[in-house]
Design a binder for this molecule. Structure first.
Ligand code: PLP
Length: 429
C-alpha cells in the first residue's frame, strides 16, 4: 500500500532490512567470507557487473548492506560503501577521483588525522592539497585550477566548531564542474541534510555519533548520485580503467548503475584491491547505533547547549564556541541549515592558559579523557597537547587552535551532573 515517504526516525529503524528465511526480527550478522555461486554463468555475471550479488566479504556482505542502505536512505543519497574507518573512507574517496598530478582544494579546519593525510601523505602520492579558509567560499574559487578534482569540507570544523556554509561552497564547486566532498561526522544525517545542500559525496565516521557507544571503528561513503563524471574533469571515469578490464565508469555502465558510478568505483577499485573492509560484526554494531540516532542527537544537542550557556557565564571561562549559541559567529548559517539541533561538541577557553587547561583535564570527574568524540558518555580533550600536537605552532594558530582551548563531546548524562563536574574542576584553577 502506498504511503508518504518515511521520516528519519522511521528510516533509522527500518530501512535496508528485508526479513530473511529465518524470520529474524533483528538484523542477522552474516559471518562469512564468501558466497556460493549458483553456476559458472552466475559467477561470470557477478564479476562482469551484469548482475549485482555477493562474491566475497571484502567487497560486500548482507549485514553491511543493511547498514549501507540505511545510511543511504537517511542521507537521501543513491548508494553507500562502508569501510574499516572514517579515515579509510576519506582516503578511498580521494583516490577514486584523483591521481598523481591532480589536486583537491580543502578547508583548512580539518580533523587532525585528515589534515595529516592531506598535508603529508597525499602529496607523496602526487595528489596535492590546497588548504583554504572555508569561512569565505570565494577562497575555494580562487584556488581551483584545471587539475582540481574535488573540493573538501567538514560540516562543523576543528578546532573552534565553525559551521561551514555547505550550500555556498557547493555552488562554487558546481560552477567549476567539481564535486563537493563533505565530512558530515559532526552533524550526522539527522542534524543536516548535506546532499540537499549540494554535497556530491558525503563521508561519515561511523565511530562517532552514528555508533554512539564508542564500541567500534568504521566509516561510510555516500554517493549522492547526481554528479556528472563525464563533464570533463575526471579522466578516471572517462578513460578505460586498467583496474576493471577497461571499463569507462561514466560511459559504459548500464542505465540502472550509471548514477552510482562513484560508489561502484570505490567498491571495485580501492576497496577490492586495497582492502580496508568493515567486519560484519562492526556493521551490526553501527546498525544498533543508527536505530536510536535521532533521539540521541536531540539529547546531545540539548545537553551541549545547556553546558555552553552555563560556561558562557562562568567567571573562569574566557570564551565559548557552540554553533547553537545565539551570538556565535556560526549561528546565522547554522540555524538556517541545522533544524534538529547543533550537535554535541562544545569548546571553550579557560583563563590561565595551557596550565589551567591541563589541570582541568587531569582533575575533572565524569568526563572521560579520550581521543574520541560522539560517545554516549561525555568526553574531554586538550587538542594542543594531543590530537593537534603534530601540527607546528604556526599551523595550530592558523587553524584557530589556542593552548587554553578545551574540547567537550557532551554525552547523554543528566546535564546537572555534567555542570557540577565542570564547576568543581574549574574551581580548582
Ligand atoms: C573521527 C573522525 C574522522 C576519522 O574517523 P575514524 O573512524 O576515527 O577513522 C574523520 N573525520 C572526523 C570529523 C572525525 O571526527
Amino acid at each position: 500500500m502506498s504511503h508518504t515517504p518515511y521520516r528519519p526516525e522511521t528510516i533509522a529503524l527500518h530501512a535496508g532490512q528485508s526479513v530473511d528465511a529465518t524470520q529474524s526480527r533483528g538484523v542477522p550478522v552474516y559471518r562469512t567470507s564468501s558466497y556460493l555461486f549458483k553456476n559458472t554463468e552466475h559467477a561470470a555475471n557477478l564479476f562482469a557487473l551484469k548482475e549485482l550479488g555477493n562474491i566475497y566479504t571484502r567487497l560486500m556482505n548482507p549485514t553491511t548492506d543493511v547498514l549501507e542502505q540505511r545510511v543511504t536512505a537517511l542521507e537521501g543519497g543513491a548508494a553507500s560503501v562502508a569501510l574499516a574507518s572514517g579515515t579509510s573512507a576519506i582516503f578511498y574517496t580521494v583516490i577514486t577521483l584523483a591521481e598523481a598530478g591532480d589536486n583537491i582544494v580543502s578547508a583548512n579546519n580539518l580533523y587532525g588525522g585528515t589534515y595529516t593525510q592531506f598535508d603529508a601523505i597525499l602529496p607523496k602520492l602526487g595528489i596535492n592539497v590546497t588548504f583554504v579558509d572555508p569561512k569565505d567560499p570565494s577562497n575555494f574559487e580562487k584556488a581551483i585550477n584545471e587539475k582540481t578534482r574535488a573540493l573538501y569540507i567538514e560540516t562543523i570544523g576543528n578546532p573552534v566548531l565553525d559551521y561551514t556554509d555547505v550550500k555556498a561552497i557547493a555552488e562554487v564547486a558546481h560552477r567549476h564542474g567539481v564535486p563537493l566532498i563533505v565530512d558530515a561526522t559532526f552533524t550526522t544525517p539527522y542534524l543536516l541534510k548535506t546532499i540537499e545542500l549540494g554535497a556530491d559525496i558525503v563521508i561519515n565516521s561511523l565511530t562517532k555519533w552514528i555508533g554512539g557507544h564508542g564500541a567500534g571503528i568504521g566509516g561510510i561513503i555516500t554517493d549522492a548520485g547526481t554528479f556528472d563524471w563525464k563533464a570533463g574533469r575526471h579522466p578516471l571515469f572517462t578513460e578505460p580503467d586498467a583496474n576493471y578490464h577497461g571499463l569507462r565508469w561514466a560511459i559504459d555502465l548500464p542505465e540502472p548503475l550509471a548514477p552510482i558510478a562513484f560508489a561502484l568505483r570505490v567498491r571495485t577499485v580501492p576497496l577490492r584491491n586495497l582492502g580496508a573492509c568493515i567486519s560484519p560484526d562492526n556493521s551490526w554494531i553501527f546498525i544498533q547505533g543508527l536505530e536510536t540516532l535521532p533521539v540521541r542527537m536531540i539529547r546531545h544537542s540539548e545537553n551541549a547547549l545547556t553546558i555552553a550557556e552555563h560556561l558562557k557565564s562562568h567567571p573562569k571561562v574566557s570564551w565559548v564556541r557552540y554553533p547553537g549559541l545565539k551570538d556565535d559567529p556560526s549561528y546565522p548559517a547554522a540555524s538556517r541549515d541545522l533544524k534538529n539541533g547543533f550537535g554535541g561538541m562544545v569548546v571553550f577557553g579557560v583563563k590561565g592558559g595551557y596550565e589551567a587547561a591541563v589541570k582541568i583535564i587531569d582533575s575533572i570527574r565524569l568526563f572521560s579523557h579520550v581521543a574520541n568524540v560522539g560517545d554516549a558518555k561525555s568526553l574531554i580533550l586538550h587538542p594542543a597537547s594531543t590530537s593537534h600536537s603534530q601540527l607546528t605552532e604556526e599551523q595550530q594558530l592558523q587553524s584557530g587552535l589556542s593552548s587554553e582551548l578545551i574540547r567537550l563531546s557532551v554525552g547523554l548524562e543528566h546535564p546537572a551532573d555534567l555542570i557540577e563536574a565542570l564547576d568543581q574542576a574549574l574551581a580548582g584553577v
